[in-house]
Design a binder for this molecule. Sequence first.
Ligand code: 5AD
Ligand code: SF4
Length: 476
Amino acid sequence: MSHTFDISVDALTAPVSAPSVANGWPIRASDCAEAGLQMPLGSGRTFYIETFGCQMNAHDSEKVAGVLMARGYRPAKSMAGADLVLYNTCSIREKAAQKVFSRLGEWRGVKDKTIGVLGCVAQQEGEEIFERAPWVSLVCGSASYRKLPDLLAELESGGRRVMGLGLDTEETFETEMTRRDNPIRAYLTIIEGCNYACSYCVVPRTRGPERSRASEAILAEANRLAEAGYTEIQLLGQTVNSYRDPSPRGWNFSRLLRGVAAIPGIHRVRFATSHPNDFGRDIVAAIEDTPAICNHVHLPAQSGSDRILRAMHRTYTRAEYLGKILWIRAASRPISVTTDIIVGFPGETEKDFQDTLSLLDAVGYDGVFSFLYSPRPRTSAAEMDGAVPEQEKARRLALLQERQRQIQLARNAALAGTVVEVLADAYQAPRAQWAGRTSSNRVVNFVSSHANLLGEYLQVRVMRAGPNSLVGEHAV
Ligand code: 5AD
Ligand code: SF4
């Protein structure tokens, strides 16, 4: 699983430089008619989606935008200018969930807009949302997005409150079109939901049980992305490497990785998030054999203490986790490793915390997303004794982040003087600087005498290193 960020939904309406089509589908009424899609009641109405949470949510919003556009809705430039406002929400930690209600509060009393709540808070709170914010008329959890067109139709024909909250689905959410907002990196869902039961986590309840997509459908979508001009694909899933092809060819995750990487035009394949339990040597072998598979693995450890790992129901021990790190370190290509850590889990002692710090040293992570433990409704950890005081949690988080800062600084400094391949993905005008990422997912800021580098793969010489990024010069 991944990291909290708010995507600017302006991106949905901004001109998309490379592929302005989604899945290779131009979004025009005539094309929709040709494809047998309806341009019905939504026609002419405008929408705006605000997204909170992980990359899965960001990509869900892209799919929802596609569903809306197929029904004739147009993206609005701002929330104020939209007839339909959708909040795609996150409830992974309490703060994220609170933010949703405070954003919703801003629309109290608004009459001329339809307001909907999607995602994890929708699933978790359900009808309660209508109670707390009666101006909301659509509530739909991510496992029910297949029903969105029906829910929209109900709203369009005068329905006041519609709800999709089923979790008993065996299917995945496939759309005729997806409105991708990132012109450089295309997200592609391969598996939805989660079958693990980490004691702190809401995801199995908000996203439902694990469902893998057929490999044929995934390859077909990846081919369309390549034809539309994308060169980098990120395969997504809460536990992406638990992938099991439901079609007769029965591919596992590493076979699928190789399949996507073999598509002509695809230069980079990323994947997130991997669960340590399903992380096999075959994934390392696929990375070693295939330059197009990025040399980066995000492998959340959550804790370095066996006692805490057991209480978290993480299904692996510290030694087993470190064993997998050894496979990665033995690879013929250097592979960067990042992780997620929770501090202040109930019952976490100073000794447990020291075990987590020593895990950082033992692995030598290239990046760590660290979180204060946040008790979530209907999770077993929320009922556990031994709550760590907030102040102590904060102290541990600061110590952990400082230790990791030093580790990253040293790891990045070792790259000074080398030449790395960077995919340029942004230009920062005020500093006349380009930014991009290496295959290992490091951010590189660099100067170049060339213009229009967006989407280009470049050789950049690393001049300086900070803890979170590299500074380089485009080596021509
Ligand atoms: N409290 C704090 N962090 C959490 N995460 C998941 N649930 C919680 C929680 N209740 C973290 C985990 C996960 C990441 C996406 O969020 O580290 O990997
Ligand atoms: Fe949550 Fe654990 Fe599933 Fe990740 S593996 S989504 S942390 S339950």
